[in-house]
Design a protein around this ligand. Sequence first.
Ligand SMILES: *Cc1c(COP(=O)(O)O)cnc(C)c1O
Length: 369
Amino acid sequence: MIPCIDPKAQYLAYEEDIDAVIAGVLKEGRYILGEQVRLFEQEFAAFTGVAYCVGVGSGTEAIHVALKAAGVGAGDEVITVSHTAVATVAGIELTGAMPVLVDIEPGYYNMDPLKVEAAITPRTKAIVVVHLYGHPADVRAISAIARHHGIKLIEDCAQAHGASLDGKKVGAWGDVACFSFYPTKNLGAIGDGGAVVTNDPELARQCRQLREYGWDSKRVSVMQGWNSRLDELQAAILRVKLRGLDKDNASRRALAQAYGRQLAGLGIMLPSVKAGAEHVYHLYVVRTSGRDQLKEYLEQKGVMSMVHYAVPVHLMQVYQGRVQVPSPLLETERVVKEILSLPMYPQLSPEDIDKVTRIISEAKPNVKG
Ligand SMILES: *Cc1c(COP(=O)(O)O)cnc(C)c1O
């Protein structure tokens, strides 16, 4: 059996070092906001090419904290995409703001800058741009739009640790950026975790206060905060895995190239990479009109695949009336019927890729270019 994702394989690749740092934290006796979190924040800020990093409880919380620090709240509108993890929209909702969902660019699964421009109203306070699947969104165009209208740009980098555009990492383009360290992400903890990064010292200070009851340095609450902290164990594990992140992303790229070579000519639409973009293949997503049959066939042959995401947020029952959709999301609704995520994680072997691609070529899917 070949799983679609394999967080345990990622642990085993770093087993000795992870076990050692876990033992170290246990013996150190400081379990919340100690040395490991402080060092991880420094190292992750340096990796991303920004000045500040604030560890928080999850990726959803990172979005919540970042938006609150940017002054977003009830009565505001925040533009994002419907084709994303529901967590993006959940993070916006936690602030009390109204999510406004726009369509994606044909061919790239990311926010369409033209649709953003058209969705801006006097209430628009921020844009949350998602770098979906590990491919950078068009933050060149979108940051120009945000600047022009005087609204904040927040990046959701939960699937794109280490990705870059024109040599500048994602997370360094917006006013604030948010990361998740959910175990299956490119940089994954062994539990929940997240981070906010920024170059703005004032935003960083507010994020630090928001994550811990709004406390100042004397533990007096100076704003309404709550509890959303990254813990020492996760930070220590993340420091180990951060040292291997470039190598792990390089493995993902090599696997993606092998998929690309071996799936070429089968009539399946493969991921495209824009000029100037460095893709980190959090997911390897292909498109075919015979998606459901192909998924079923792969499963029969012992290959697990997944759909990210089968139902866009604006079509979920629970979100009816809780999000705004200013214009039809035609591309979003088209791609969700055809996308399929093939197995992808750094420890996948070339033989695994051979097996997956052989089964796909046997399946002779009813395909679409
Ligand atoms: C995983 C993910 C999140 C949320 O992260 P959690 O740590 O699970 O809260 C947010 N946005 C995107 C695009 C994600 O993939």
